[in-house]
Write a protein that binds this ligand. Sequence first.
Ligand code: F0G
Length: 454
Amino acid sequence: MYESRMVDRATVPDQSERERILAEAGYNVFNVPADAVAVDLLTDSGTGTMSTEQWAALLRGDEAYAGSRSFGELEDAVSDVMGFDRIVPAHQGRGAEHVLYGAIVEDGDVVPNNTHFDTTRAHVTEAGGTPIDCPVPGAMDPDASGEFLGNLDVEAARDVAAEHGPERIPAIVVTVTNNAAAGQPVSIENVRAARQLADDLDARLVIDACRFAENAYFVSERDPECQDASIEEITRELLGYADAFVMSGKKDGLANVGGFVAVADGENDLFAKLKQRAILYEGFPTYGGMAGRDMAAMAVGLREAVERSYLEHRIGQVRELGQLLEAAGVPIYRPIGGHAVYVDAAAALPSVPAEKFPGQTLVCAAYREGAIRTVELGSFAFPDTDRPELVRLAVPRRTYHQEHFERVADAFGSVLDRADQLGGLEVVTEPERASLRHFSARLEPVDAAFGRAD
Ligand code: F0G
């Protein structure tokens, strides 16, 4: 249970205003001002509400350039909660990715991952590698059922290694939870198998731990061996198989900014190399792009993120949103994931052909209908992959209430009632780097009225 002690007033533009905003934004909701959004489900990253304890820690932040006390607090929290004693801080998750993948991936390398998130994919590519997704069968099927659909297909990853040669595999990466595959969890058994594969290939095992606490909660619910274990124990067991992990504190660090790479004890050379890269790209290794106060707030956030009562509420809110959407007739991905509900846009908007971006069309229609902001994670965001047309409704942590979710479900229900009027969208301009096009591309509707005959 929470009490709100600070509020942010929201004024919602009316529908004709929203139509103008959408057109001006090039039908890309990343260009919509946040003040014109009623319920912002674009991301769960850095958008949560901090606790009074975090604000108190923030005020006590130590801004020393070197050896900041706040860095020590962050080190202690990572050690206690996640079991790693050595960290290299970064300004956020992608900064940590740049530090790590730039150090371990070389030209011509191939990196298997259960599913690369967009920035991970881009950083592996930037370092000269080829990212290859190895989700388990059914992971991309909105109607599949399974307890750990986020798992890495270890045999598929082994085949990738056999095809390219084990010497070309610098690391096996496991992303927990699997954000790009509907936020599904990864089992401890799967991470163990990934560890074995990494050993067989003489490669590293890297975990993308952004949503480690939500993953541990699912493990505690679904793995009979872990029923008596605490969330911290599950976390430490799962991460303990890795040689290094990448963390965005904007997710399960319950912070508004920040991230880090954690390195296992045996990895002395890697740790030294990462610190040098951090100095070059992020900041001195005891702040790495974060203010001292941000490290202090994240240190508290990491401890709060593994409290069972917090996670019950958190995962419960996401489930509640999913159930309201289902009741409004919206086809959602089942089982419901940890941080977000994923809508199957191809099923929601059958009149929109695949090449006219049903996902992005749904995102824009939901904004027009109810000032709801969501994000497309289908063929628009991941153009070179074979993915279902998913729209993600990510729930910021400790921020919204039931009436917000009711508004969202109403808006999506209304869009679906008039689904056959929508023809879809076409790309007008896009950046050179296709893997990041969804952030800045501009689109226009195939029909000038964008499905509004009335
Ligand atoms: N890895 C995963 C699995 C992520 O989901 C993200 C960010 C990152 C790395 C990068 O972290 O944002 O701190 O630089 N995901 C956000 C999202 C942006 O909306 O899912 P970051």
